[in-house]
Design a binder for this molecule. Structure first.
Ligand code: NAD
Length: 490
């Protein structure tokens, strides 16, 4: 039996009013669920309902500790269903079960973190410059549109929903068309936790229809977007016309630097994890590895041995490290990029093909791929592939290395492998990225802000002050004069 999903819109569980479509399990192409796409009318209804719901006393008058209680309940609601949610997310995007479990745990942690942040967020009494007391208080921005991609749904969704609710906003969600499930389940968990109806709506469907209508809606006062740079730029343009703040978590082409003195065992493990976990479908994938010439050959042979041992297979298996890509069309785009790299003169060291065997026939699988011999200016080293494809580049001169790392439109993350703390400080400060991992890679903490520079985006998610991204500031001047203001009596 194929499940039919209702979605939660404007306080009711129902079918959205657009065409019916099906989601597919990337491992074998089978239908996972059917549901209806939303329309611009659904967007309007959801946003209007959100605007009404957020102003009702039941939401607007909640004290921070009461709002925090709801967020704690949401964390508990996620944990109570953790295995089920991890399995559902695996079916939506084909990520290995171990990864989806980690994403579910991270989502619960995000709600817990923002519950604490919400309770401890302080308004300020500012130094007075007259016979008055000055105060700056944070107020919710209003209705937030949250737009997310398909690669890590529950974690991306939680990173927007938790701080927005903590700030007192209402949220209208537009998950990726092919991975709507986690946003729908979060709405269910929120409702069960006691979040008033209308505060969260979920609108599945096409970005060009649902996402666009959401971004343009006059009552939407902020967009929190994660996705590709081209779409993000379009959203920023519309945001500028509305004078609406947008946070944009966009693409990347992150460099990983292996220095001559690096612990190669650790560096190889980190580079493998950085590019091949999530099958490379990760904005922070370390897709360009710059390895010092003096250790290049040794690093390469250890890396290729590691690649040979990676377990590509059934995402339901506990042992799988790389599942299928999200779709056949995405695999086709990765295959095109590998061909571009080879046409540009790259030498294939590993992968570059689909895995052999009947179990892979129906899924969008692709082998971990390593290519060397390309200059950093090659298209394969410049453009985001969003798949398991690593470019290996030797380096010898530090100034030239920094120039090459920064010679890219993106600026999301970087990795440095060295034993020398001064090298870290020198390189770290020169790299144009939002995150630098030192002797580790792809580690995250709710308490540490995340985001990019250059074409990787603007704004930050996570971190205690992440709530402030969903607030505006209001200033109060409390007059303390014993007599009327002097001006009127002169
Ligand atoms: P995408 O930009 O195609 O889609 C992202 C979301 O935007 C989807 O929900 C989509 O339906 C919606 N959308 C598409 N067109 C729209 C429009 N005109 N108006 C409003 N919404 C629209 O990206 P994708 O293919 O789903 O995801 C992959 C991209 O996401 C990669 O570039 C990756 O680097 C990026 N990403 C970034 C981060 C980060 O935190 N920086 C994290 C994960 C993914």
């Amino acid at each position: 039996m194929i499940e039919h999903l209702k979605t939660f819109t404007a306080g009711a569980w129902r079918d959205a009013s657009g065409p019916r479509y099906a989601t597919e399990y990337p491992a074998d192409g089978s239908t996972v669920a059917t549901l209806h796409a939303a329309t611009a009318d659904d967007v309007n209804q959801a946003v209007q309902a959100a605007e009404v719901a957020r102003q009702r006393p039941a939401w607007a008058n909640l004290k921070p500790h009461e709002r925090a209680t709801l967020l704690h309940r949401m964390a508990a609601g996620i944990r109570a269903r953790d295995e089920e949610l991890a399995q559902l997310q695996r079916l939506d995007n084909g990520k290995p079960i171990k990864e989806t479990r980690a994403l579910v745990a991270s989502a619960a942690g995000t709600f817990q973190f923002f519950a604490a942040a919400c309770e401890t967020l302080e308004d300020r009494i500012t130094p007075s410059r007259g016979d008055f007391i000055t105060m700056s208080v944070h107020e919710p921005l209003g209705v937030v549109g949250a737009i997310t991609p398909w690669n890590s749904p529950i974690a991306s969704e939680a990173q927007k929903l938790a701080p927005a609710l903590a700030a007192g906003c209402a949220v209208v969600f537009k998950p990726a068309e092919i991975t709507p499930r986690m946003a729908i389940e979060l709405a269910r968990i929120a409702q069960q936790a006691g979040v008033p109806d209308g505060i969260i709506s979920v609108l599945p469907g096409k970005g060009s229809v649902v996402g666009d209508a959401l971004v343009r809606h006059p009552l939407v006062k902020r967009i929190a977007f994660t996705g590709g740079t081209a779409v993000g730029m379009g959203i920023a343009r519309i945001g500028a016309e509305k004078l609406m703040p947008t946070s944009l978590e966009l693409g990347g082409k992150s460099p990983t630097i292996v220095c001559a003195d690096a612990d190669l065992e650790h560096a190889v493990a980190g580079v493998l994890y950085g590019i091949f976990s999530s099958s490379g479908e990760s904005c922070i994938a370390g897709s360009r590895a710059f390895v010092h010439v003096s250790v290049y050959n040794e690093f390469k042979s250890r890396l290729l041995a590691g690649v040979g041992n990676l377990r590509v297979g059934d995402p339901a298996s506990e042992h799988t490290q790389m599942g299928p890509l999200v779709s056949m069309s995405h695999r086709a785009s990765i295959e095109r990029y590998v061909q571009i790299g080879l046409d540009e003169g790259g030498k294939l060291l590993a992968g570059g093909a689909r895995p052999a065997g009947s179990m892979f026939d129906k899924g969008s699988y692709y082998l971990p791929t390593v290519i060397e011999g390309l200059p950093n200016r090659a298209r394969m080293c410049q453009e985001e592939i969003f798949g398991p494809v690593l470019a290996l580049l030797p380096w010898s001169d530090e100034a030239d290395l920094i120039a090459q790392c920064n010679d890219n439109v993106y600026g999301l993350a970087a990795g440095i492998w060295t034993r020398d703390y001064k090298t870290v400080w020198r390189l770290g400060r020169a790299l144009q990225t939002g995150t630098v991992w030192v002797n580790t890679y792809k580690m995250f903490s709710s308490s540490t802000p995340f985001g990019g520079v250059k074409m990787s985006g603007t704004g930050r998610e996570k971190g205690r002050l992440g709530i402030l991204e969903y607030t505006t500031q209001k200033s109060y001047y409390w007059g303390m004069n014993e007599s009327p203001l002097a001006w009127s009596s002169t």
